[in-house]
Ligand binder design. Structure first.
Ligand code: HSE
Length: 409
């Protein structure tokens, strides 16, 4: 019998308990022994709930109990979660987590500690919720060199952008609706400013490259500037707008960014809508692969955590190798990358000539109904450094890059 402790009885923590109970038989078969929750650490009490008999308010109960093999950290944050994780690993208990903030900030250190203790720090649920992507990158694709990862990794922003596109709604009202439905947090900045997706691409890139990508180094732009007018143009062009998190290897350098992009209809992520996530991974041997599914939510996230619990139980006293060293991965300057740009400019006297002079285009102005005083155009592919200079020569309202990821058929 493997005994586990769950730190935090919130959405994911209660989901973990539910999955372990509902699928107890198959989990027992796959883990090779029954898996039982012995403790749940939470500040609160849950009178009348059967979980109450397992509630403890003292982490030392867990730490000092030699019966506990696996600790599940689903508290979130990088404060107590970090201290508890470190103490658990030092005490020889494997830790499974959904906490992307902690993995992005201290992944290399916690994995090194797990390796030293011959146990495991597992974090499948930290990226893409219920979508298997960490283990596929670390194990199934381990013979490949990963050349590109591009994903819709944030369900909140994908819900907002999908609704704006389908219903022509404004950003602010759509965000409020997402908050009312519980898809967006009361403080939505981590999602809408792109930081959640940024941490997730930092985790995947660290795994793919075997070193540490500091999420603070990743150029990060959110979706709060995307308006219903942008979607009017997007609809006219037959494209959509998605928040993408990408890392790619170009000329042996690793580049990474999180930003809203325009996607043409043959883009592999074009149809990833609502709260779903999709992650495209290109390996130098396998070629194009896609991972798709529920990027958040109680049971999908708990499913990923419980998959890790089974793996940790199967690998007691055995460290499953994860190559993610402390050594920093230096990122290339994104200004060296090339994109096509969608550009909105003010429709002033002589603007079309300014655009032609700057971009050398036979400009095809794009206009949409009920939007006055401006027009838009799409550039050829050009270096970002070049675009920055040229866009200063026109009366720029807004620009959005195009992403040209394509699957080879
Ligand atoms: N806030 C995250 C999202 C939750 O919207 O995708 C899952 O990490």
């Amino acid at each position: 019998m493997a005994k586990i402790a769950v730190l935090g009885y919130g959405t994911v923590g209660s989901g973990v308990v539910e999955v372990l109970e509902r699928n107890a038989d198959s989990i027992k078969n796959r883990a090779g022994e029954p898996v039982e929750v012995k403790y749940v650490l939470d500040l609160r009490d849950f009178p009348g709930d059967p979980i109450q008999e397992k509630i403890t308010h003292d982490f030392n109960d867990i730490l000092n109990d030699p019966e506990v093999d696996v600790v599940v950290e689903v508290m979130g944050g990088t404060g107590a979660a970090y201290t508890f994780t470190k103490s658990a690993l030092e005490a020889g208990k494997s830790v499974c987590t959904s906490n992307k903030a902690l993995v992005a900030a201290h992944g290399a250190e916690l994995m090194a500690l797990a390796r030293e203790k011959n146990i495991n720090y597992m974090f499948e649920a930290s990226v893409g919720g219920g979508i298997p992507v960490i283990r596929p990158i670390n194990e199934s694709l381990t013979a490949d060199k990963i050349l590109q990862i591009t994903g819709i990794m944030n369900g909140t922003t994908n819900y907002i952008l999908t609704k704006m596109r389908r219903e022509g709604t404004h950003y602010e009202e759509t965000l409020k609706e997402a908050q009312a439905l519980g898809y967006a947090e009361r403080d939505p900045s981590a999602d809408v400013d792109g930081w959640d997706a940024c941490r997730k691409i930092a985790i995947l890139t660290s795994l793919a490259q075997g070193g540490t990508v500091d999420f603070n180094d990743i150029q990060t732009e959110g979706i709060s500037d995307i308006t219903y007018v942008d979607f009017k143009y997007a609809n006219k062009l037959g494209v959509t707008i998605k928040l993408l998190a990408t890392s790619k290897v170009v000329n042996d350098k690793v580049y990474a960014y999180t930003a809203p992009f325009m996607l043409e209809s043959d883009h592999p992520l074009y149809n990833v809508n609502g709260v779903l996530n999709g992650i495209y991974v290109n390996g130098n041997m396998v070629g194009d692969t896609m991972f798709f599914g529920p990027g958040a939510g109680k049971l999908p996230t708990a499913s990923a955590v419980c998959g890790d619990i089974v793996e940790a139980v199967k690998n007691k006293d055995h460290n499953v190798i994860v190559v993610w060293e402390d050594k920093k991965v230096e990122l290339g300057d994104n200004k060296d990358l090339a994109f096509k740009y969608f550009v909105r400019v003010k429709d002033e006297e002589g603007e079309a000539k300014k655009v032609r002079d700057a971009f050398g285009l036979d400009v095809q102005p794009i206009r949409v109904q009920d939007v006055e005083g401006e027009f838009a155009f799409v550039t050829e592919e050009m270096a970002e450094s070049d675009f920055v200079i040229k866009s200063k020569l026109v009366d720029l309202i807004k620009s959005i890059r195009f992403d040209d990821t394509a699957m080879v058929e």
